[in-house]
Write a protein that binds this ligand. Structure first.
Ligand SMILES: Cc1cc2nc3c(=O)[nH]c(=O)nc-3n(C[C@H](O)[C@H](O)[C@H](O)COP(=O)(O)OP(=O)(O)OC[C@H]3O[C@@H](n4cnc5c(N)ncnc54)[C@H](O)[C@@H]3O)c2cc1C
Length: 464
């Protein structure tokens, strides 16, 4: 593992590796969830975290240049001290880097307003697989920047980049809504965005995800945070000091039910329509006070007209307060011998209902499954499936995990969705790249030969 501090050091490292044909794996903070930073063929891990400076803030052009190893939370603090924000807030902001965001085409929780990282980037510096340093600017090299952003270290190492910034928001208006079912909620979001409103946060939880949020709301733990539903499950499965006998029996029963996901999903599907809870939608606006206020009013009007029931600011504000409370409860699920994971996919609005149903149908026999819709845009939306399951033995559990991914991604491809909205491809989704990109893969292979003729840059990833 090496920790370079300057671009010239990165270039020297790459030149040495290219000459000796030693594989290189660029490493940000290792939060990628698709195996992109796994050194499949050994070699050298180039950890960028010592390259973390704010290089320049251009207040006239409204952009900031950071070195690639800046951890997200530090980057936002550096900007906030100067009255700005990049508007990029992935749930992993405390454990992911600027370069990692660019390499994996990350999306922040407020991407509906601020865009994904590829929408923010003005330019970047890349050390290719021969050690050459390229300064790429979207005004001159947009196509090339588009290829590099999302290439997960296969074309080179991003050493610094410039992204747009915004004045820190003066006001924020969060609100919760309830819709009787997912389709109505999706329709309302589509109309909201296509009428030109730009909420910062839009999140619609399906019936089961909403139900679990309601279940968890009695606890001090996150109520509508990113991990609320997972927390609810985790606490059902994990060790239970002080739990009553009834609670322990319930935990055991839930744990056992995870081994029978098909039946569990069917039971829940038949019960949920009678719980009267509906689907929770969170919509939030931010920016200048007058604009946030006006947009929130216009959205409230539209959501009420499209069948939404106003739940007031509470659910939205709780989500905001707990939005990084993710995954810490998940270890309990693993300790209980089960697995839990997430699959984020996307489609244009016309295909979105099909995508939701197809992936659900593919996963339901294999895993307990729920979903929420977030990262919505005028032309489409992402769906974030959360699934948990266990096999009879550890080996069986591993097999089931692979089956879930195979079945889920095959379903995505079959309805014309995309296999990745923001987690990247890495190893996990690599087998599905040719089906989605067709001739695009040949272009990518061509670029790979130009930028990395010796094949040392993160070999074995992205379906190359
Ligand atoms: C709890 C949790 C929540 C998450 N939430 C979100 C979310 O809300 N939104 C989202 O988009 N993602 C999310 N992720 C996924 C992950 O945080 C993102 O993929 C992130 O962009 C990875 O950044 P990293 O610095 O950790 O990269 P790493 O994991 O270190 O690397 C990811 C890939 O990029 C390559 N790479 C890293 N740095 C560079 C570089 N400088 N140059 C070239 N290649 C490089 C690596 O080789 C690897 O292939 C989450 C992950 C976790 C664990």
């Amino acid at each position: 593992v090496v920790w370079p501090e300057r671009t010239e050091e990165v270039a020297a490292i790459v030149r040495a590796c290219a000459e000796a044909r030693v594989p290189i794996v660029p490493f940000g903070a290792g939060s990628g969830v698709c195996g992109g930073a796994v050194p499949l063929h050994g070699g050298l891990v180039v950890d960028l975290k010592r390259m973390r400076r704010l290089v320049a803030l251009d207040e006239v052009g409204r952009s900031a240049t950071f070195e690639a190893g800046a951890v997200g939370e530090h980057l936002e603090h550096a900007l906030a001290r100067r009255g700005y924000t990049m508007g990029h807030f992935p749930s992993s902001i405390m454990c992911s880097t600027f370069g990692g965001w660019l390499a994996a085409r990350s999306a922040g929780q407020l991407s509906t307003r601020y865009g994904k990282i590829e929408d923010m980037v003005h330019g970047l510096e890349l050390v290719d697989g021969l050690g050459n340093v390229h300064a790429l600017d979207v005004r001159a090299d947009r196509g090339l920047v588009e290829w590099v952003v999302g290439s997960e270290g296969t074309l080179g190492i991003i050493t610094r980049a410039t992204c747009g910034v915004h004045p820190a928001p003066a006001a924020r208006r969060m609100r919760g809504w309830s819709f009787p079912h997912v389709d109505g909620g999706c329709e309302a979001i589509r109309r909201l965005l296509q009428e030109g409103l730009r909420p910062a946060a839009v999140r619609l939880y399906d019936e089961l995800d909403s139900f679990l949020h309601r279940q968890s709301s009695g606890r001090p733990a996150p109520e509508v945070g990113e991990g609320a539903a997972l927390e609810a499950w985790a606490s059902s499965l994990g060790p239970s000091p002080g739990a009553s006998l009834a609670e322990r029996v319930q935990r055991r029963a839930l744990g056992a039910a995870l081994g029978l996901p098909g039946a569990l999903n069917r039971v829940l599907e038949s019960i949920l329509p009678y719980t009267q809870g509906g689907c929770l939608l969170i919509v939030g606006f931010e920016g200048e006070a007058w604009r946030a206020e006006a947009e929130a009013d216009a959205a409230a009007d539209l959501l009420a007209r499209t069948g939404g029931r106003d739940l007031g600011p509470g659910p939205g504000e709780r989500w905001l307060a707990h939005r990084y409370d993710v995954s810490f409860g998940m270890s309990k699920v693993f300790h209980a011998g089960a697995f839990v994971d997430t699959m984020e996919v996307a489609a244009s609005w016309d295909k979105l209902p099909q995508l939701y149903r197809a992936v659900r149908a593919a996963l339901a026999p294999l895993a307990f499954v729920m979903a929420h819709f977030s990262h919505a845009y005028a032309d489409g939306c992402s769906i974030y499936f959360t699934f948990a399951s266990r096999g009879r033995t550890p080996l069986d559990t591993l097999r089931r995990y692979d089956e879930v991914w195979q079945a889920g991604l095959a379903a995505v491809t079959s309805v014309g969705g995309t296999i990745s909205h923001h987690h990247g491809v890495g190893l996990l989704k690599a087998p599905f790249m040719p089906a989605e990109h067709g001739a695009g893969m040949r272009l990518y292979e061509g670029l790979k030969r130009v930028f990395d003729p010796h094949g040392v840059m993160n070999p074995g990833k992205m379906g190359l």
